[in-house]
Design a protein around this ligand. Structure first.
Ligand code: F6P
Length: 347
């Protein structure tokens, strides 16, 4: 088989591990030939490729980022974009295209599948919000980084008797906030799934001081909504080609409100892209390797229009359309766990 691979959307630790596993299994086991498209769907539009060989995927397992680079190019926004992609795929005589990405990337893949393009998906995003899979690779690394940051914030907050509000990524889902907040023992966790109750956050911080603890840590998801407006905080009005705004500022907003209403010195920290950079955890390398290997198997079974997923301990596959149908947000069971620990603050 001649197989193309692309990585689209925000990068995430483990992308290279997927590429490596698919190429190695494809070449060693099936005798396949590979090319990589550069910068996600942009590379397919412009027919910008690089050869993927055993040599070119050597030494990349532990590397963050992606050797194919990435972009948030939305083919469906370009006049004739879908047709241009189909022409590139035909010109390169591809029998299969492995699309490694989140809902945006897989949405484009699904549109191509509907036109007969043989795509197989791999679920990627630190946000962990793709439906149909228990976990996306990259999430574990992002949570580890955020948890370590929360640990570090504890000691500096305590030394200065401060409140520190830590803003983490996750778009419209509170997975990173909830996991890092619970694992890091935050005093309050604020997520997009539930309206923020600032009064309760403030009451809890005051209660803590009354008990003789002179610092507090609040973890807030970037997509949590501002209580007054019910809107997300954004950096300007810029949106990407998929219509996503740049989420930024809820942490500072919450910190300002806490300082104003309690008089306690408060700082805001935004972890931003540090959560996406660097070396993947062993868990993510393993999951990415399993996904990459399963994706090439799926292509050889001719099961196109499907995406590999993790269910429990098993790797299986589901229709691409199901994975992108809706965002997977944090469910009530986990929110209740955090509430029981007095961690999540929700109305
Ligand atoms: O979707 C992954 C993600 O890291 C989100 O958590 C975040 O909102 C967004 O990407 C940031 O995108 P960019 O890298 O384009 O700033």
């Amino acid at each position: 088989m001649r197989v193309g691979i692309l990585t689209g959307g925000g990068d995430c630790p483990g992308l290279n591990a997927v590429i490596r596993a698919a190429v190695r299994k494809g070449i060693f086991h099936y005798g396949d030939d590979f090319i990589g498209f550069m910068e996600g769907w942009r590379g397919v539009l412009d027919d910008k490729t690089m050869p993927l060989t055993i040599e070119s995927v050597s030494g990349i397992l532990q590397l963050g980022g992606t050797i194919l680079r990435t972009s948030r190019t939305n083919v469906r926004k370009k006049p004739g974009g879908i047709e241009q992609c189909i022409a590139t795929i035909q010109r390169n005589k591809l029998d299969a295209l492995i699309t490694i990405g989140g809902d945006d990337t897989q949405g484009v893949a699904n549109a191509l599948v509907e036109k007969g393009v043989p795509c197989v998906g791999v679920p990627k995003t630190i946000d962990n919000d793709l439906s149909g899979t228990d976990v996306c690779f990259g999430f574990d690394t992002a949570v580890s980084i955020a948890t370590e940051a929360v640990d570090r914030l504890h000691t500096t907050a305590e030394a200065h008797s401060r409140v520190i509000v830590c803003e983490v990524m996750g778009r419209d889902a509170g997975w990173i906030a909830l996991y890092s907040g619970i694992a890091g023992g935050a005093d309050a966790i604020l997520v997009p799934e539930k309206p923020i109750d600032l009064e309760m956050v403030i009451a809890r911080i005051k209660e803590r001081r009354a008990r003789g603890k002179f610092f507090s840590i609040v973890v807030v998801a970037e997509g949590a909504k501002m209580p007054a407006s019910g809107e997300v905080a954004t950096h300007g009005k810029v949106v990407d080609e998929f219509g996503h705004a740049r989420l930024l500022g809820i942490g500072q907003y919450v910190a300002d409100e806490i300082e104003k209403r309690t008089g306690f010195e408060t700082r805001a920290v935004n972890l931003g892209h540090t959560q996406r950079g660097g070396t993947p955890t062993a868990f993510d390398r393993m999951l990415a390797t399993r996904y990459g290997s399963a994706a090439i198997d799926l292509a050889h079974k001719g099961k196109f229009g499907r995406i590999v997923v993790l269910r429990g301990r098993e790797i299986t596959d589901i229709p691409l359309a199901d994975a992108i149908a809706k965002n997977r947000i944090v469910g009530d069971e986990l929110l209740e766990l955090a509430s029981g620990l007095q961690a999540v603050i929700k109305k």
